[in-house]
Design a protein around this ligand. Structure first.
Ligand code: G6P
Length: 611
C-alpha cells in the first residue's frame, strides 16, 4: 500500500529516489519522504504531506546530498496523513527506516519501548521498528545482526529499508508479506517495492522471497539471506516491459492511455495461445492438461475489479466447459469454513499478484485439499505467480491508473482461454469452441472500433457530472460488467453508483428511480435481450433517464428519456469484454468533467498489500 525505494551508489541518490517515488505513487500518495546519509556521515531527512510533488518542492528548497538513501510514498494505515507520520521514521539521529505493511503487535512493543524511555513522535506502527532497531544496533554494534534480531520479534507484514549512520555504506532490506525487489546496477544497488520504480537505473532485478533479508553495500555488493539466516543466491531477472509504459505519452491521464492500449494488450494476451480452432492447453503450463482433465469444480478468488472478472468467468466456465464454479472475494474466503469438493481447482485473479487478501487466500487454500492452484496475473515474478502451481500471465503491461482498465479486459480474455481450454480437455462444445476462437482473433479489431466511439461517449458524460447517484443494469454475464461500470464511476468520479441484475429491479432499486437517477443498461444481442427490454420499460415508466449500450442489430428506439449508443455486433460469448469499454470511457469523461484526480482517486491505492 506504500512504496519504498532505496539506493546505494557512487553518486548523489536524491534524483534516483525522487524518480522512483514518482513511479511508485500509484501505491500511495498522501505523504512522502526521503532520508540520505550525507557526506559528513549524518542522516538528513525531508518529508511532506500530499503527493510526491510536494516533497519535490521541499527538496528544491533544501536539496539532499548523499550516496545512500531511502524514500517512501505513503498510504495511511496507522495515523492520519501528516508530516510527522510520513516515512522515513527515525530513532534518534542515526537510524532511519521505511516500511510498507502492518506490524500487528506494535502496541505491545510500543509500551515496552516507552517503558524504556523511547519517545515516539508519530502515530505509526513503523516507528516501533525504528526504535527496536536502534536499541538492537546499540547492543550489537552491527546493523545487519540488529535487523535480523528485530525481525524475529515482529508479527505482521512488512517490506523494510534501513539506513544507519554507523554503517554509511550499507543499506538493509527485508521482506515478509509485502513485495520488495533488489535492482542490480553497475557497481550500485537499489531496493524498491516494484521494479517500475527503478527502470530509470536498471532492468535487472532480484525478486526477494518471503523472509529474505538483503545487505546492499557501496560498490554494488548484494548479499541475500533466507528466513533461517542462510546465505542464498536468487536469480537475476531482466525486466520484460519497456520503460515507455511508465509515462503518459500524449495522453492526459494514464487511465485514458491504458484504455487505448486495450486492442494491443488483448492481442498480446492471445499471442501464441490459439491453435487453428482451439486454445493451446499448454499455455497454462506443461502440467495443465493432466490437471485440467481431473477438474470437477472451480473456486475463483479475487478482489476489486479482478473479482468482477471472476464473476464474469463463472458464466463462461459453466457454459463452455460445463464446470460448476464459485466466485468469492478473497477477504471473505480466507476467514470462512470452506468446504472443498474433491477435484476442485483453486483460481486466483490479480493484476498485481501482491494483493494481501488474495495472497493470504492462496496460502489458506493450501491446507484445504484443492487439486491445484492457478493464478491469472499481470506481474511476472509476483508472489502470487511464484506460489501457484499453474500460471497464465496477462500481458497488459504496467497499469498505473488506480482504476483498473486494461488489466480487467486482459483478465477476461485469459479467463475465456481458460474456459475454452477446460472445455477442450473435457470434450465439451467443440463446434462452439472454434467459433469463439475465431471471434477472439477478431477481438482486438472490435475493441478498436468501440474506442472510435469515444467522442459520442464523451457527449453522454455531460448528463452525469451533476448527478449524485447512478444505477447500472445488466443480465447474465453482463451483470458483473454492470458492477464493474458502477465501480469505475464511483472510484474516479465519486458518484454513488450501484449495479443490479436487471431482473432484480422491481425488488427494490426501482423505488429510487426518478429523473435525478440516470440508469445505464448494457444490452448486447443475447438470449436475455427481450427480458432486459421489459426491465427498461419499467425504468421509463418511472421517469428514469436511460442510457443504453446496445448491439447495432437490436431494435431499440431513441426518444425522450432514452439514449442509445450502438456497438458493433460481436459473438455473444465475447460481448462482456466489448461492453466494458464504453463504461470505462464514460466514467473517465465524467471524472474529467468533475475535475477529480483520475489516476489517483482519493483514499484508494493501486496495490493493496495490507489486509
Ligand atoms: C485495489 C485496486 C483495484 C484492484 C484491486 C485488486 O483495490 O484499486 O483496482 O482491482 O486492488 O487488485 P489486484 O492487483 O489483486 O487485481
Amino acid at each position: 500500500m506504500c512504496g519504498i525505494v532505496g539506493a546505494v551508489a557512487a553518486r548523489n541518490v536524491q534524483g534516483i529516489l525522487l524518480e522512483g517515488l514518482k513511479r511508485l505513487e500509484y501505491r500511495g500518495y498522501d505523504s512522502a519522504g526521503m532520508a540520505v546519509i550525507s557526506p559528513q556521515g549524518q542522516l538528513d531527512r525531508r518529508r511532506a504531506v500530499g503527493k510526491v510533488a510536494a516533497l519535490e518542492e521541499c527538496l528544491e528548497e533544501a536539496p539532499l546530498s548523499g550516496e545512500l538513501g531511502i524514500a517512501h510514498t505513503r498510504w495511511a494505515t496507522h495515523g492520519k496523513p501528516s508530516e510527522r507520520n510520513a516515512h522515513p521514521h527515525q530513532s534518534g539521529e542515526s537510524l532511519a527506516v521505511v516500511h510498507n505493511g502492518i506490524i500487528e503487535n506494535f502496541e505491545s512493543l510500543k509500551s515496552e519501548l516507552e517503558g524504556q524511555g523511547y519517545v515516539f513522535t508519530s502515530e505509526t506502527d513503523t516507528e516501533v521498528v525504528a526504535h527496536l532497531l536502534a536499541r538492537e544496533v546499540d547492543r550489537q554494534a552491527d546493523l545487519f545482526e540488529g535487523v535480523r534480531r528485530v525481525l524475529a520479534s515482529l508479527d505482521g507484514a512488512y517490506a523494510l529499508g534501513v539506513a544507519h549512520c554507523s554503517e554509511p555504506e550499507t543499506l538493509i532490506g527485508a521482506r515478509q508479506g509485502s513485495p520488495l525487489v533488489v535492482g542490480v546496477g553497475i557497481e550500485e544497488a537499489f531496493l524498491a517495492s516494484d521494479p517500475l520504480a527503478l527502470l530509470q537505473v536498471t532492468d535487472r532485478f532480484i525478486y526477494l522471497e518471503e523472509g529474505d533479508l538483503v545487505r546492499l553495500r557501496q560498490g554494488g555488493s548484494i548479499e541475500i539471506f533466507d528466513i533461517n539466516g542462510k546465505p542464498v543466491e536468487r536469480p537475476v531477472k531482466i525486466f520484460e516491459h519497456g520503460d515507455g509504459a511508465a509515462s503518459k505519452g500524449d495522453y492526459r491521464h494514464f487511465m485514458l492511455k491504458e484504455i487505448y492500449e486495450q486492442p494491443a494488450v488483448i492481442a498480446k494476451t492471445l499471442e501464441g495461445r490459439l491453435a487453428q480452432s482451439s486454445v493451446l492447453v499448454n499455455s497454462f503450463g506443461t502440467e495443465a492438461e493432466a490437471l485440467f482433465s481431473r477438474v470437477k469444480q472451480i473456486h475463483i478468488i479475487a478482489c476489486g475489479t479482478s473479482y468482477h472478472a471472476g464473476m464474469t468467468a463463472r458464466y463462461w466456465l459453466e457454459k463452455y466447459a460445463g464446470i460448476p464454479t464459485q466466485v468469492e472475494v478473497a477477504s471473505e474466503f480466507r476467514y470462512r469454513q470452506v468446504v472443498v469438493p474433491e477435484n476442485t481447482l483453486f483460481v486466483t485473479l490479480s493484476q498485481s499478484g501482491e494483493t494481501a487478501d488474495t495472497l493470504a487466500a492462496l496460502r489458506f487454500s493450501r491446507e484445504l485439499g484443492y487439486l491445484g492452484a492457478l493464478a491469472i496475473c499481470n506481474v511476472p515474478g509476483s508472489s502470487l505467480v511464484r506460489e501457484s502451481d499453474l500460471t497464465l500471465m496477462t500481458h497488459a503491461g504496467p497499469e498505473i491508473g488506480v482504476a483498473s482498465t486494461k488489466a480487467f479486459t486482459t483478465q477476461l480474455t485469459a479467463l475465456m482461454l481458460l474456459a475454452l481450454a477446460l472445455g477442450k480437455v473435457r470434450g465439451v462444445n467443440e463446434g462452439r469452441q472454434a467459433e469463439i476462437v475465431a471471434a477472439l482473433r477478431e477481438l482486438p479489431r472490435m475493441v478498436s472500433r468501440v474506442l472510435a466511439l469515444d467522442s459520442e461517449i464523451e457527449a453522454l458524460s455531460t448528463a452525469f457530472a451533476e448527478k449524485h447517484h447512478a444505477l447500472f443494469l445488466g443480465r447474465g454475464a453482463h451483470f458483473p460488467i454492470a458492477m464493474e461500470g458502477a465501480l469505475k464511476l464511483k472510484e474516479i468520479s465519486y458518484i454513488h453508483a450501484e449495479a443490479y441484475p436487471a431482473g432484480e429491479l422491481k425488488h427494490g432499486p426501482l423505488a429510487l428511480v426518478d429523473n435525478e437517477m440516470p440508469v445505464i443498461a448494457v444490452a448486447p444481442n443475447d438470449e436475455l435481450l427481450e427480458k432486459l427490454k421489459s426491465n427498461l420499460q419499467e425504468v421509463r415508466a418511472r421517469g428514469g433517464e436511460l442510457f443504453v449500450f446496445a448491439d447495432e442489430n437490436v431494435h431499440l428506439k431513441e426518444g425522450e428519456g432514452i439514449r442509445v449508443l450502438r456497438l458493433p455486433h460481436i459473438d455473444e460469448a465475447l460481448a462482456p469484454i466489448l461492453y466494458t469499454l464504453p463504461l470505462q470511457l464514460l466514467s473517465y469523461h465524467v471524472a474529467v468533467l468533475k475535475g477529480t484526480d483520475v489516476d489517483q482517486p482519493r483514499n484508494l491505492a493501486k496495490s493493496v498489500t495490507v489486509e
